[in-house]
Design a protein around this ligand. Structure first.
Ligand SMILES: [Zn+2]
Length: 439
């Protein structure tokens, strides 16, 4: 049986059907001979990292896919902070933020533009204004993470249990900052919401009066005059991936949130960059994984490109990205599929619709297993519809990790306790039985 697993993760691959694609999904409409051949030689099914219908962001989906409980999830702010190399101490709150264009209406701030265009110089000038703030013994730092994005790190007696201000859709008012309902009387949550509100108001006043924005107004352009916030988090102490699943894991990925997630669960990662050629990039990542195969048991090879194409709300663009990925996978996949020691999984983390207002949607995604011993089904094509008729059925959440252990002959017979912790893998990293104490 295989000893190593390659998990090829096509981010945001699942989609809906579109009239312009003949009522097919972009994956169905795409010409994908390589993925179709793998589907024919393997076992197919559908996957959802949580439960069908729940729209998951990548970080939550990956966290559950890697077999973790959401109770241990630290929030995306923390993951991006770790991925960006920001120093976080236990108790700090990290919050995602980005620049936006706001207007005032009836005493409220309304989101006019969620992704304003800004030059590098403008971003640099405005970033100076939003750094370093202190109030009620709470300090706030802004760390720039690229594009129009950053992370706010709050130090002091603070809490992550506060609501977001980002309404996501333009034309909507910013949401009031409030403690979560079950933290309504938590002084730290009340303080955090209070201080953050004062900070965001100060940022708005300062940005509004900034020369960059005065100049934009003179040119008839929309000012970039605010920050919105999302997904506050705090560090936790999750078990390391290798201790939880007995596998040495590596991720080859291109986004700071994936690097941060790996740092958080103690998985190694390689930082790669996207070149604009999805196929070439995935081929290179597959070859990079091959070179690391001796040192790891599970390698996550990630591409964000189907998700990004879907966010452009252009089904044809997503279809062409998928076709490019299929060519790239075809260039390099045989180094794994010809090796009986390797079990290949092709999966996705969530669906990203190429149309409509949703960021992500809750439909399942296709899942494919290829390797020695895998049950071969009758599926001949790799897409959301064909996969539904496959032998894997619908796999959810951590079942993916358990199935991985199964196909590597590493799953523990339920009930055995070779370690004080009831881990899912076998054999455990147990302490050997001594015949005598060493003096
Ligand atoms: Zn994703």
């Amino acid at each position: 049986m295989p000893k190593k697993c390659i998990l090829i993760l096509l981010d945001g691959l699942g989609d809906r059907s579109y009239e312009e694609l003949g009522n097919q999904t972009p994956l169905q409409a795409a010409r994908t001979p390589v993925l179709d051949k793998l589907a024919e030689m393997g076992a197919n099914g559908l996957y959802h990292a949580s439960f069908a219908g729940q729209a998951l962001p990548s970080e939550n989906a990956h966290f559950m896919m890697f077999g973790y409980d959401m109770a241990d999830f630290p929030g995306r702010g923390v993951l991006e902070a770790l991925g960006a190399g920001t120093e976080l101490t236990p108790g700090d709150v990290a919050i995602l933020t980005h620049f936006v264009s706001l207007s005032e209406r009836d005493g409220y701030l309304v989101l006019e533009k969620r992704k304003p265009e800004m030059s590098e110089n403008e971003i640099s000038d405005l970033t100076h204004v939003v750094r370093d703030y202190e109030n009620q013994d709470v300090s706030i730092d802004f760390t720039y993470t690229g594009g129009i994005r950053g992370i706010l790190t709050l130090h002091g007696e603070v809490s992550r249990f506060i609501t977001d201000t980002d309404p996501v859709q333009k034309g909507l008012p910013l949401a009031a900052l409030k403690p979560w309902a079950d933290h309504a009387h938590n002084p730290a949550a009340i303080r955090t919401a209070d201080v953050l509100k004062e900070y965001l108001l100060q940022v708005y006043q300062r940005l509004k009066a900034h020369p960059v924005n005065l100049s934009k107004l003179r040119q008839g352009l929309m000012p970039v005059n605010g920050l919105v916030t999302q997904r506050a988090g705090q560090l936790g102490t999750p078990p390391r991936f290798s201790e939880k699943y007995g596998l040495r894991g590596l991720s080859i990925s291109s986004g700071i949130v994936y690097w941060g997630l790996c740092a958080y669960i103690g998985m190694d990662y390689r930082r790669v960059t996207d070149t604009g050629h999805p196929g070439d990039d995935i081929a290179e990542r597959l070859l990079m994984a091959r070179k690391s195969l001796d040192d790891y048991d599970m390698i996550h090879i990630h591409t964000k490109t189907p998700d990004e194409a879907a966010h452009e709300k252009d089904p044809a663009l997503k279809k062409s990205v998928i076709e490019s990925l299929d060519r790239g996978i075809g260039q390099a996949i045989r180094v794994f599929t010809d090796d009986p020691q390797v079990f290949v999984i092709i999966a996705s983390d969530h669906s990203t619709p190429s149309s409509g207002p949703l960021v992500h949607s809750g439909e399942t995604v296709p899942l494919l297993f290829h390797g020695k011993g895998v049950r071969r089904d009758h599926v001949r094509r790799f897409d959301e519809i064909s996969a539904g008729g496959g032998a894997l059925g619908c796999v959810r959440g951590r079942e993916l990790m358990y199935l991985m252990l199964n196909h590597l002959d590493r799953c523990k017979l339920h009930g055995l306790m070779d370690m004080p912790v009831d881990q899912p893998f076998w054999p455990g990293n147990y302490e050997p039985f001594r015949i005598r104490q060493i003096p």
